[in-house]
Write a protein that binds this ligand. Structure first.
Ligand code: NAD
Length: 334
């Protein structure tokens, strides 16, 4: 099958390699002609150091590269998804299966990534979310990994499963696209907070507390927005939360560590040098939680630190001195 991957970042590159290894004809698109020029010349990944891209992989700065593709993968950062979808829409033939691998929630609208894409492209295209605990660096090195392809349309989810699955890349399906996308976006906020905890020199207990109560509030918002609670115990919820909160590959956690050590959010993101989705998702989660009347103390504190300059020490005291709660009553798993 002819496939296009939109975005030449770390994740777009790793997934392009998976698709190429599975025998598909892959073209990677970048919005920057200079990036494409370097890729054509060197076949060396720009974001994954030491990863060589096969000679038969193509690169393009033109969106007409999606012409004739059975599958188009969106792998840009969340802030660029709407503009990319708008720009590619005229070139997508009706019925194309589109995959979003971006993890985020749009800032002003609260839209999930597949909602944005659906709003901008032809109605007849099926839009699937592919998500899970998957560092690009490890996928590119063929380290065994498992993800989930989510879509209400089972045939579309299975098409994506078939396209990506191989002996080192296991793909499950799930009809709960709401839960899968919200798990993917919100865990980045919790990972950033776990990084802050590590950066401040707090302990394993603090991080486990943050992860567990973070998961509880992720599920609360997810269920309020129509997701299923069990999805949050799956690959795109618990799975991705574990990998992102504990790994040095996670730029969200790395940004959090720097903030915990006293850097500002802007300084931390500059130092990380790649997209820190948790920063944007903290804003979106705060707005959505307010709108839905859902209690999300960890995400609210992340918002206050990242956008209002609140001190991290004050946030720890605030979180620890909240009123007494019943663990399961408050969690509201349905
Ligand atoms: N890196 C991972 O391991 C990983 C794993 C799973 C999901 N993701 C998700 O994939 C998405 C992309 O992450 P990444 O790691 O590839 O990021 P990256 O920082 O490595 O690369 C981002 C890419 O987006 C492109 N880009 C930037 N601005 C753009 C614009 N305005 N229009 C079009 N393209 C633009 C850049 O050229 C770059 O190629 C994020 O939502 C991330 O959460 C990443």
């Amino acid at each position: 099958m002819k496939v296009a991957v939109l975005g030449c970042g770390a994740w777009g590159t790793a997934l392009a390699l998976v698709l190429h290894q599975n025998g598909h004809d892959v073209t990677m698109w970048s919005y920057r002609a200079d990036e494409v020029e370097v890729l054509c010349k060197t076949h060396e990944s720009l974001r994954l150091k030491g990863i060589h891209l096969p000679e038969t992989m193509l690169f393009s700065a033109e969106l007409d590269c999606v012409d004739g593709c059975g599958l188009v993968v969106f792998a840009t950062p969340s802030f660029a998804v709407r503009q990319t979808a708008k720009a590619v829409a005229p070139y997508l033939k009706p019925g194309t299966t589109v995959v979003s691998v971006t993890k985020g929630i749009e800032a002003n609208t609260g839209c999930r990534m597949t909602e944005i894409i659906r709003q901008e492209i032809n109605d007849s295209c099926k839009v699937v979310s592919l998500s899970g605990p998957s560092h690009a660096e490890e996928v590119a090195r063929r380290i065994p990994t498992g993800v989930v392809a989510a879509c209400e349309d089972a045939a579309a989810a299975q098409l994506v499963q078939d396209a990506f699955m191989n002996s080192v890349f296991r793909v499950y399906t799930n009809p709960d696209i709401v839960g899968v996308e919200l798990g993917a976006a919100l865990k980045n906020v919790i990972a950033l907070c776990c990084g802050v905890s590590d950066g401040m020199g707090l302990g394993d207990n603090s991080k486990a507390l943050m992860m567990t109560r973070g998961m509880a509030e992720m599920a609360r918002l997810g269920v309020a927005l129509g997701g299923k609670s069990e999805t949050f115990a799956g690959l795109s919820g618990m799975g991705d939360l574990i990998v992102t909160c504990t790994s040095m590959h996670s730029r969200n956690r790395r940004a959090g560590i720097l903030i915990g050590q006293g850097k500002s959010a802007q300084e931390a993101m500059k130092e990380v040098g790649a997209v820190v989705e948790g920063y944007y998702a903290a804003h979106s989660a705060y707005i959505l939680a307010e709108k839905m009347g859902v209690d999300m103390p960890v995400c609210r504190c992340a918002y206050e630190v990242l956008y209002e300059g609140k001190q991290v020490q004050a946030v720890v005291s605030e979180l620890m001195s909240r009123s007494k709660k019943d663990e399961t009553a408050e969690t509201n798993w349905k």
